[in-house]
Design a protein around this ligand. Structure first.
Ligand code: NAG
Ligand code: NAG
Ligand code: NAG
Ligand code: NAG
Ligand code: NAG
Ligand code: NAG
Ligand code: NAG
Ligand code: NAG
Ligand code: NAG
Ligand code: NAG
Ligand code: NAG
Length: 467
């Protein structure tokens, strides 16, 4: 089995698809890196070098900080705040950050981030960072010395690829860890800095997320993330172009009292397919209601998509046998052998993207499967904020481009499976990762991830289950 490093080199050699225009300061290598998928194909990590040390970081388009866990960090319970064993946090304890010669702490600031799945906090610092072969000297990063369980057994931090308004530096007199969504000192995230410094060719990142078998817990080959170029995978030449919208439903103080772009949001429509109205839908599923547009944001860090009940309910009723909503899990439970509908699509810029049924069932752990499409009406963030999120189940069927120059997203259908088994990379689904010791289903940090981590409660329950 090739090591992860070999895999990276192979894929660098493989890479093609960048545009032919050359910027002033062209890099010498490709800016594409393979990802590792974990947690049954729902979490995607990429290798990064920070201060000369290598880590796996969760690739999260739904947040904007790069954080890495520091050696000796405290793992704290999300609900009680009580100290847990470090292992409980699920991070790779062999790969936690040690201060290097290039580390420089930023004074008078702290790092504090709140995801739905938990909290991480620590300091802000300058460090040399390399992602996908692109090195940015003295980048602004977060070094966390506290976290609630958010690791996947492979990563030891996260790479946020959202807008500056979501960054999580704060004045150092902020001590209340329930206010990390506010009181921000916004800064330019890694990708923005890379573009501004001429380190990447075009002002965007792109990804393809690899599909793995329902029962493949991982680590497995997870696809590619590319900086300023397209990932090496065949795709349709016809791109759907979606403007990045400001989310007016987010409280103004969430984005430092400015109406500005934050998440990768746009407005789209969903369709259940032609026969949708003949189903056992439990709510109003008249096609006119179901097809009304809604605003949602794209989030590689969310294992599920969360869409309005008027679509989620009838859609989950189309599973055979039908999915049943479980209020405790905040998810539709489905039979692991259920037949998922094949006609569920999103329409973006007039392009219809149909979900692969294989992406609609998520095996959360032994003997419990849930629908990958959740119900955003049932979930509230902060006081009364409803958010629609397009997560991993959609992103597996497209090449996605997130453009900070044009403030738009572009999506194209895949014309081939994204597998590491092609030429140059590695065979099949178990080639990446490099952590043979990883025991599937045995990581205490079995939690949902992403900015909101809306299925955090599932993680807890599944863990209890497997005990
Ligand atoms: C890759 O697949 C080929 C053919 O299926 C097999 O012979 C070979 O052993 C595999 N290599 C690895 C590293 O799994
Ligand atoms: C949050 O703050 C409380 C009170 O200071 C503390 O007990 C708890 O451990 C903190 N939790 C985290 C995750 O930092
Ligand atoms: C950490 O590294 C040591 C030494 O290389 C190894 O024995 C151990 O299994 C590793 N642990 C994990 C969790 O990877
Ligand atoms: C940081 O140092 C600890 C020992 O203090 C070691 O276990 C760990 O592997 C080091 N981290 C990295 C990324 O090398
Ligand atoms: C932190 O300091 C700033 C500037 O002095 C002040 O405006 C703010 O109220 C302080 N916040 C807290 C929570 O003490
Ligand atoms: C996964 O499922 C396939 C059939 O769908 C089966 O052949 C394989 O043994 C299963 N693997 C595990 C680890 O359960
Ligand atoms: C943010 O604004 C909301 C109202 O939009 C308010 O309820 C909340 O208390 C504010 N939070 C902070 C920390 O200022
Ligand atoms: C839709 O209904 C038609 C006629 O009832 C049937 O032939 C077709 O298979 C159905 N399509 C789907 C996707 O269920
Ligand atoms: C169902 O949706 C239609 C179209 O939006 C609406 O006219 C009708 O009142 C709704 N019915 C119920 C019971 O909500
Ligand atoms: C890889 O490329 C070589 C030479 O271009 C070709 O012969 C081989 O069939 C390819 N293998 C795969 C798995 O695409
Ligand atoms: C698109 C691109 O830059 N491809 C290059 C990736 O790296 C290899 C090896 O350096 C080059 O041969 C490719 O041209």
């Amino acid at each position: 089995m090739p090591s992860f490093i070999e895999l990276t080199l192979f894929s660098l050699l493989l890479g093609f698809g960048a545009s032919t225009t050359l910027p002033l300061r062209r890099r010498s290598t490709n800016a594409t890196a393979p990802m590792v998928s974990t947690e049954y194909g729902t979490v995607f990590d990429v290798e990064a070098t920070i201060g000369g040390q290598t880590f796996q970081l969760l690739v999260d388009s739904g947040s904007s900080d790069l954080y890495v866990m520091k050696t000796g960090f405290s793992c704290l319970d999300k609900d009680t705040g009580l100290q847990l064993a470090e292992e409980e946090c699920g991070y790779d304890l062999n790969r936690t950050y040690n201060m290097s010669d290039t580390y420089k702490e930023i004074p008078n600031q702290i790092f504090g981030i709140q995801y739905g799945a938990g909290i991480a906090s620590g300091v802000m610092a300058y460090e040399d960072v390399t992602v996908a072969g692109v090195t940015i000297p003295q980048a602004r990063i977060a070094v966390a010395d506290k976290s609630t369980p958010m690791g996947d057994g492979v990563n030891s931090g996260l790479l946020g690829l959202g807008y500056p308004s979501l960054t999580s530096a704060h004045p150092s007199n902020i001590t209340d860890n329930t206010t990390y969504w506010f009181n921000r000192l916004p800064y330019k995230p890694i990708l923005f800095e890379m573009y501004e410094q001429g380190l990447i060719e075009e002002p965007y990142f792109a990804h393809v997320l690899a599909r793995s078998a329902l029962n493949e817990s991982g680590p497995a080959f997870g696809g590619y993330v590319s900086l300023g170029e397209l990932p090496p995978v065949k795709h349709d030449d016809s791109w759907a172009v979606a403007p990045v919208e400001i989310m007016n439903n987010i409280p103004l103080n969430f984005t430092s009292n400015k109406r500005t772009r934050s998440y990768w949001a746009t407005t789209l429509t969903a369709s259940l397919g032609q026969n949708a109205t003949h189903t056992r839908a439990r709510t109003n599923s008249s096609s006119s209601s179901a097809s009304a547009p809604f605003q949602a944001f794209f989030d590689s860090g969310n294992p599920l998509s969360y869409i309005p009940a008027r679509i989620a309910d009838p859609l989950n009723a189309l599973f055979s046998p039908p999915g049943i909503y479980d209020k405790t899990l905040e998810a539709y439970v489905v039979d692991c052998n259920a037949k998922a509908p094949s006609t569920f699509s999103f329409t973006i810029d007039g392009h219809v993207f149909t979900h692969d049924p294989a992406d609609l069932i998520y095996q959360t752990g032994e003997d419990l499967c849930i629908s990958a499409i959740g119900n955003s009406d049932e979930i509230r963030l902060m006081e009364n904020l409803q958010l629609n999120i397009i997560g991993v189940p959609f992103l597996k069927s497209v090449v996605s481009v997130f453009d900070i120059g044009k403030n738009e997203m572009r999506f194209a259908r895949l014309l081939e499976d994204v597998s590491g088994g092609g030429n140059g990379t590695a065979n099949g689904t178990d080639a990446a990762g490099g952590t043979d010791e990883y025991v599937p289903g045995n990581d205490a940090g079995r939690v949902s991830l992403g900015p909101l981590g809306l299925i955090g409660s599932i993680g807890a329950l599944v863990f209890a289950f497997t005990l």
